[in-house]
Structure formats: C-alpha cells, structure tokens
Design a protein around this ligand. Structure first.
Ligand code: WTA
Length: 650
C-alpha cells in the first residue's frame, strides 16, 4: 500500500497526478437512462424546472403552487403540494406489474432470507401504521427507531411516513447515553426496537441498551420490541410490548396522511463540531424528489435491477438509498443484517451471486478491507450479474477505486463515486454513469441542477479550498431541530447565502471535483461521522481524566483513526490498564464506532496563549509530520515532550 496521508492511503499530491480515465462503456451508455452530456446544460438553464420534472414523476394528492421559495438559509420546495412518502413508495406500484415484484430482499446474518413483494410490503406497512395510530402516535409525533437491519426497520420507517410521524433512526452501534440524548432532543415518547441483532455471530444487546437509556427518559411510554435473536431480555410490563402483539389487532389498511411538501419527514442525528449531535431535519416533497431523481440517474435504474446499498439504515445513506430512493423508483432493494466476514470473508460476494445483484453501492473503507483480504474471496463467486458499482462516505483512493473496478466489476462496470452528506439528503457530486468519463479518486461533477464551487477564505472561487453549494436543492436540510442559531452558524455564516459543507476540495482543469476530507472538527472513521468534541466529552467524563484533545489521523483502511491525547489528574499514573479503561469508557458513552485507536497520556496539551488547544499541532504529531509554527504556543516544550511520548506509544 502507498504512503499514509490525509486520504486513506494516497496523498493529495498523488491524487492530483492521477491521470487514468474511464469513459462510459459503449453498451452501457447506449441503454442508460441518461446518455447525453447536454443534460447538464439543460438543467443549468433552469434548475428549478429540472427538479419539477422529477417531482411530476411522483404522485401528488395536490399539486404545488410554487416550486421554490428561497430566503437564505431557508428553502421551501413545492409549496402547497400534498403527498405521502409511503404512498409513493408502495401504493402507486401495487396497481402496476410491480405488485408482485420483489420490493425488498433481505438476508440475515445467520443466512435466513426473506423476500417481500411490493404487495407484501404494502400490507406490512399499512398494518404497522394502523398499529402506531392505535398506539396513540399522531401526525407530527417523533418516533425513535433503534433496530437491527431487518425488514421491520424499513416497514417501521415507511409506516411513520404513512401517518406523518417523523422518525428518528438511531444507528444500532450507539450506546445508551447516545440513545438517551437523541430521545430527549427529539422529545420522543415512542421507541421501536428489537431484542437484539446478529453481528459477527454474536448478539447486539439492543433492548438492554434501550433499558439503560430509558432509565432517564420518563416520557417514553411505549417500547415496541421485535423478536429477532431470541436472546434473554427484560420486558417492562407497563411500557414494553412485543411487535407481534402490537400489530395483532391492527386494521389492514391505513389511509395515507396528506402531508404538506414542507412537513417534516424525519430527523437524523449527526455529529458536528460541538459535543452535541445535530438533529438534521428533512421534509417531504423536496427530499423525496431529490432521492428519487438521484437514484434513477446516478444508479441508472432499470426495471430488472437488483440494487444493493450496503449502508446501515441508521445512517443517511441507508435512509436515502436502501429505503426511499429505490422504493420510490419501484426497484428491488437488498438489505443485509451482518458483517462482511461472517461466516467467511466472501459473504458480500455470496450475497451478490445468490440474489443476482446488478448494482452495488458501498464504502471505501469496505473496499479497502476487501482489497486487503485478497482477490480469492470475490474470485470464488460469480459476480457477472453486476453492471454498476458505487462508492460513498469518504474519499476513495485511486488504488481502491481501480481494484473495485477491476476485481469486483470485472472491468465492465462503471464506478460512481458519490459525494453528499446527511445534510444534503441526497447525492450532489457524482458521475452519471452513461455520460461521465471517470477519473479514479474524483467524484467528478455536480449532479445536473446542482451548483457547487470551491472558495477561499475571502469567498473567491479558487482551484483548492472549501467546497460550497451556491444554490438551494430539493433535499437540503431545512434546519437543525430546535436550534436555528446553530443551523445558521454552522452552515451559513462563513459565506452569506452560500452553504458551507465543511469539506475541502480541489478542482482540476476539466472542472472535476476532488474531495479532500473534512476541514472542521468532524472525523470520518470508516465512513462514520464522529466529532472530536463528542469523544473529548466522553473522555473527560471519566473521573481520572483532567483534559482531553482528540484528532483524526490517517488510517490505511478506515480512512481516519481516532487519536486521543489525555492528561490525567494529579496522583494518577497512565498505565496500560487505564488506557484500556478510558477507551472502554468512550465505547460505553458513545459506542464502539468512537473508540480511540490511540490513547496518549500527556503531561500537558499544547495550547495557544489564549488557552485554545492546538489541534493542528496534535494532528501533525500523530501523523509524524514536521512541526509547523509553534510561536504562539504557551509552552513549546510541551510539544517536544508529546512527540517523544507519541513515538513511544506507536
Ligand atoms: C464525506 C454520508 C469524499 C464528506 C453520505 C462529507 C465523502 C461526509 C464522500 C458526510 C465522497 C461522503 N468523497 N468524501 N464520495 N461522501 N464524504 O453525513 O466529508 O455521514 O462531508 O453522509 O462524508 O458524511 P455523512
């Protein structure tokens, strides 16, 4: 593997020297949904009209009066329009030949599988929506979902959209404290969960985590528990009810609520540059239009496709490209519960072979892991059903891109590297596989109708700087739940009226975008967003910790790894045991995804004279780079000491 740097395994310099090009294969382009480069220019002429065309392909109870109202930083799309998301994902397909088409193919980790046709899914969603209503859930109520990757999770989400109750899905890897924080912020009174889920042959203790979290959530009155693993759990009589009992008496049909285009569809918490996660708010009409359009064009959906997005439903990628995008398009979507190495390292390829998957959308971390495991695993399987590959979540290094293209795609499948965020709702920078000549490592160009730019501190367009979005798009977040100031400060203060992404980017001479990773205090660990402050708060929560500073350092497989610099209270010594205990403490507070890879005990942290921790310096230390300007440092000796220490730890 190549040198360690800011982007997985390849340096920015190497990235920019990347000259390989992959034009769309002729046969692919011929039958692609979009194969004219003019699609860009046409959309640019009138982006609002461009999005309206897609919106019209959806079913509306009432058409919109006005397509866009833009009063920065608030956009409203399809004003006055009424629709329902579950109706668009289900009802409209059951009156067509898609009625008996597989909507959802699911595979559990132990090897059990289920296939739900559009009709099956329609029935399940209706029944669960009726049950929620009976259970007292009203339009506008926030329903928290903390579940494994099973069909019921998608059913629950769709049922929420049917009755107009925004869902807040929490990734199953989060710990009780993280669950509690999100339940409190969303003011949720109903929680959907399972006894557990399968992961690497073992059980994830979902219900146990819920019990722990709910000790301090007196407002949660109903917990619906799906039996998945059969593990021993505790049921609290006045609060907990088994899923099957909850739906037993429910009516078979639940009329879909006529939602306003701007009604909230869901909340999804993500990490920002403070310790507190942000409740990103998405609304109904614009979001659905955005995910519908991008799934159709970026993944070039055809009626016979079997689409597998490997993301967990707990992240935005799972929301947009496991559930809403594919189902709105009437596509067959695939869902897998477990890890890629259970029972063996060929699990993903077995799944592709077994279900005849045609499009696979996964993350660079996974690709790099597969690469390291070796070609023998994919080579055992017949992957000839594949025709298109996708990547998302972090920058992909050209080496991994080319491996993916060659070994998984057999050199015949275009690779779409798609850039977007929880906040953007859907893909924004991406190739169109029937049009775009691909360059490994570049997400290429903004999707038609999207305006992106790269700015410097002064707000001038430059070749390398901050990635921004200069025009509203339909799926953009409509705010941070109950925190308009933070919404303004986080995204809109740097450049008035322009959305600040928090990512760095470079533009090449052909106008291709090369994403360079975050420029703020958000880390990207295996494609999971973790804020440095969240991890710091978890560390200082431990009674022996005086101070902590956390940074992301480059990591060959995970993209970034977490390095924590910790000073402990007087009289304590930094032992191996304490190190493990502190790492474990972070897992307990946030979840295993935030567990530090390195923990360095420091006698002091480098600070500016005004007392701010110099993170850049720590990053340099962790990367083993030469030290930059330390003249503002209060005590320069601190750095030398740290450097010595860090060297020892490694
Ligand atoms: C990063 C995931 C480079 C980026 C959809 C962004 C990427 C953050 C790419 C959002 C990509 C996502 N190339 N970087 N193709 N896709 N990112 O909210 O830093 O979990 O800001 O959304 O992931 O992560 P989030």
């Amino acid at each position: 593997m190549a040198t360690k740097t800011a982007i997985g395994t390849t340096s920015i310099e190497a990235l920019l020297k990347e000259k390989r090009k992959y034009p769309p294969p002729k046969e692919f382009a011929k039958r692609a949904n979009v194969n004219r480069a003019s699609a860009y220019a046409e959309a640019a002429k009138n982006p609002v009209r461009f999005w309206e065309r897609f919106a019209r392909e959806l079913d509306w109870f009432k058409p919109w009066r006005k397509a866009l109202e833009w009063k920065a930083p608030y956009a409203k799309w399809f004003i006055g329009g009424k629709l329902n998301v579950s109706y668009n994902c289900l009802d409209r397909h059951i009156n067509t030949a898609r009625r008996t088409k597989a909507a959802l193919i699911w595979e559990g980790e132990p090897g059990d599988t289920r296939t739900l046709t559009y009709w099956d899914l329609y029935r399940e969603v209706n029944r669960f929506a009726s049950a929620l209503k009976r259970g007292g859930v009203k339009r506008g109520d926030r329903v928290t979902i903390y579940m494994p990757m099973v069909p019921e999770t998608a059913i629950a989400m769709l049922a929420c959209t049917r009755i107009g109750a925004p869902h807040s899905v929490i990734f199953g890897g989060f710990a009780p404290d993280a669950i509690r924080e999100r339940i409190h912020d969303a003011q949720s009174t109903v929680l959907l969960t399972a006894d557990g889920g399968w992961r690497r042959g073992g059980h994830v203790p979902l219900k146990k985590n819920v019990d722990e979290a709910l000790k301090e959530c007196p407002d949660v009155r109903t917990v619906v528990v799906l039996k998945r693993t059969g593990q021993q759990i505790n049921m609290q009589a006045d609060r907990d009810i088994w899923w099957d009992d909850f739906v037993k008496e429910a009516e078979a049909y639940c009329p879909p609520e006529k939602m306003d285009a701007e009604d909230m569809l869901y909340l999804l918490y993500t990490s920002g540059s403070t310790g507190k996660p942000k409740g990103i708010q998405h609304t109904t009409g614009g979001y659905l239009t955005g995910v519908y359009a991008t799934t159709k064009w970026v993944f070039d959906l055809h009626d016979t496709d079997v689409f597998w997005c490997t993301a967990d439903i707990g992240w935005v990628t799972g929301h947009s490209y496991v559930v809403y995008g594919p189902l709105a398009n009437g596509t067959t979507t695939v869902m897998y519960e477990g890890t890629p190495d259970t029972p063996d390292k060929d699990r993903f390829w077995r799944i592709i072979e077994k279900h005849g998957i045609t499009i696979c959308y996964t993350a660079p971390t996974a690709i790099r892991t597969f690469m390291r495991w070796g070609d023998e695993y994919p080579n055992r399987c017949d992957l000839s059903s594949l025709r298109l590959l996708g990547s998302v979540g972090e920058p992909i290094n050209p080496e991994a891109w080319v491996w993916y293209w060659k070994v998984i795609g057999g050199g015949r499948c275009p690779v779409v590297d798609t850039w977007w965020q929880t906040e953007t709702g859907h893909i924004l920078i991406t190739p169109l596989p029937g049009v775009t000549t691909l360059k490994p490592g570049s997400a290429t160009r903004p999707f038609p109708g999207i305006s992106a730019d790269v700015l410097n501190d002064k707000g001038e367009s430059v070749k390398a700087g901050y990635l921004v979005l200069t025009k509203p798009w339909p799926g953009m977040l409509r705010g941070i739940y109950r925190d308009p100031q933070r919404f303004q400060a986080q995204y809109w203060n740097r450049y008035p009226g322009v959305y600040f992404t928090g990512d760095g980017a470079k533009l090449d001479e052909e106008g291709y975008f090369w994403l360079l990773g975050r420029v703020d205090d958000v880390m990207n660990i295996s494609g999971h967003r973790v804020s440095t402050m969240e991890v710091e708060s978890a560390l200082v929560d431990h009674p022996l910790v005086a101070e902590a500073a956390v940074i992301g350092r480059p990591h060959e497989i995970k993209g970034q790894a977490i390095a924590a610099f910790v000073t402990i209270k007087d009289g304590t010594t930094g032992s191996k045991e304490l190190m493990e205990e502190l790492k474990g403490h972070v897992t307990k507070k946030i979840g295993a995804l935030a567990r530090p890879d390195d923990l360095i005990f420091a006698s002091d942290l480098p600070k500016t004279r005004s007392g701010k921790i110099m993170r850049r310096l720590l990053r340099d230390i962790a990367e083993g780079k030469a030290l930059g300007d330390t003249t503002t440092l209060a005590d320069p000796a601190v750095v030398a000491r740290l450097k010595d220490q860090y060297g020892e730890e490694e």
